[in-house]
Design a protein around this ligand. Structure first.
Ligand SMILES: Cc1cc2nc3c(=O)[nH]c(=O)nc-3n(C[C@H](O)[C@H](O)[C@H](O)COP(=O)(O)O)c2cc1C
Length: 195
């Protein structure tokens, strides 16, 4: 894996005890342990108003959307742990992506920040399906809507309340290994796309 590639780990929940933040933090730890520089970022630190065209026309995108875009720009691979809300994407994640998609320099092609990075997705849920149904929507938004390359592999952590050990790792070794492989695949794909 390239030493030049940097990975960003996000979660579609800002909740303090969020299982998905736990998954994203674990991903960043796994990446670091494998020599990949990585960052965990909390979307709660990038608060944005609900997207509104009139607000955008009057004030432009919020500064936090520009900050989040800048964070994306210094990472080549992005993993997003996505809670499932009614089988779909969370409003927090969709709103953050929508605003970032509206931040554009005058000479910048549309959606460039998404088209020039590689994404991987996963989910954690207290339910039995681990949020896997919501990932279909997230995949659609990232891939079809924003033009991003999204790796076909994904992880879904079911019964998340019991899934993490005290060390923060997944107690199901097979699932932990699957997550590690996904992160390695993300790093390899990000290296190939961006170098
Ligand atoms: C509005 C709403 C809808 C939800 N719908 C689903 C669902 O469709 N499938 C599911 O597995 N969990 C669902 N949940 C439960 C979430 O998976 C659970 O709240 C989870 O802890 C949220 O992720 P977080 O821990 O990262 O905040 C829903 C929760 C909310 C608030």
């Amino acid at each position: 894996m390239s030493e030049h590639v940097r990975l960003l780990f996000l979660a579609g929940s800002a909740r303090e005890q969020s299982f998905n933040k736990r998954l994203a933090r674990l991903g960043a730890d796994i990446a670091q342990a494998n020599g990949l520089p990585s960052t965990f970022a909390d979307l709660g630190d990038y608060p944005m108003p609900l997207y509104d065209g009139d607000l955008e026309a009057a004030e432009g995108p919020p500064e936090t959307a520009e900050q989040l875009k800048n964070l994306l720009l210094v990472h080549q691979g992005v993993f997003i742990a996505c809670p499932e809300y009614n089988s779909s994407i969370t409003p927090l994640l969709k709103n953050s992506l929508d605003w970032v998609s509206r931040v554009r320099a005058e000479d910048e092609p549309p959606l460039q920040v998404f088209k020039t990075r590689v994404f991987a997705i996963g989910a954690a849920s207290p339910g039995g399906y681990g949020g896997i149904r919501g990932l279909m929507t997230v995949r659609q938004v990232l891939q079809i809507g924003l033009g991003a390359l999204v790796l076909p592999g994904q992880v879904a952590v079911a019964r998340a309340g019991d899934a993490f050990g005290e060390d923060g790792h997944l107690t199901d070794k097979g699932l932990q290994d699957m997550f590690k492989r996904l992160i390695e695949d993300l790093a390899v794909a990000a290296t190939k796309l961006t170098h």
